[in-house]
Design a protein. Structure first.
Length: 262
């Protein structure tokens, strides 16, 4: 006779089904998946937006007018206006005027050969080989002609050549011509004084102000000189007549005020 052990755990019969724990991990994966997809979509959207803005800016700069593109170059700084030079009566001896200068951006030129031919039709004095080499180069900015006339500028504009543009520059103009040229002096193509009173003005610190950016593109106080433009005309005519009469190589004259000795 077998006595049952009261401490023995009862073994479940086959008819009793085994209990299963709920599948929490699978449910968690299903909940996390949509979140990951939404984060991925947001990240992709941000990348597309950022690169879209960058691409848009590049396109805008690429199709911007030549004047706008060139204005960003350090070599394209516009010189500030020079002060007028006047005689003792206020007659203008030298002043600034605005002119157009022609430049090219070779990287934007589609056909250098065609572009050079079109430009030569307006500026026939340019060397064809020199012009073609410059237009076919890989440079970002090159000068082609400084100080164009209004007619030349309009004719080139009518050609509609991509990569060709204009810069407004300051040019020195002498209303009295060469009458007092040996005193007034002259400037170079960059509007810098190289002789006479023009150079003296630069030597007094005007050029240093320009180089440091302290000079502005505004009208400056005229520089008054002691000469009289009317007297200069008379003296010039008399000296020129004397040179012709005596077949002289050079001549000069002095005008004095009999009362003051000036």
């Amino acid at each position: 006779m077998r006595i049952a052990n009261p401490f023995r755990r009862a073994t479940p019969t086959a008819s009793v089904s085994t209990a299963r724990e709920p599948d929490v991990s699978g449910r968690r994966r299903r909940n996390i998946a949509p979140k990951n997809r939404s984060r991925f979509t947001i990240a992709i959207g941000l990348f597309v937006a950022v690169y879209g803005v960058i691409g848009g800016r590049l396109v805008m700069w690429g199709v911007a007018p030549a004047e706008t593109a060139s204005s960003r170059g350090a070599s394209d700084l516009i010189m500030a206006a020079r002060p007028d030079l006047v005689d003792r009566n206020g007659e203008v001896l030298a002043t600034d005027i605005k002119t157009a200068s022609l430049f090219a951006e070779p990287r934007r030129i589609i056909d250098p050969d065609e572009a050079s031919e079109l430009l030569l039709s307006v500026l026939p004095d340019l060397d064809p080989n020199w012009l073609y080499r410059r237009l076919a180069s890989e440079a970002g900015f090159i000068w082609l002609r400084r100080e164009l006339t209004p007619g030349q500028q309009q004719a080139i504009l009518d050609l509609g050549i991509p990569g060709i543009g204009f810069r407004t520059e300051t040019r020195r103009f002498y209303p009295g011509g060469s009458t007092a040229g040996f005193i007034v002096g002259t400037v170079n193509v960059d509007n810098q004084g190289i002789a006479g009173m023009e150079k003296y003005v630069d030597d007094q610190g005007y050029r240093a102000l320009q180089n440091t950016g302290l000079a502005v593109d505004t009208e400056l106080e005229p520089v008054r000189m002691s000469i009289d433009l009317r007297v200069q005309h008379i003296v010039r005519d008399e000296v020129a007549a004397a040179m012709k009469r005596y077949r002289a190589i050079a001549a000069g004259g002095v005008v004095l005020d009999v009362e003051t000795g000036e």
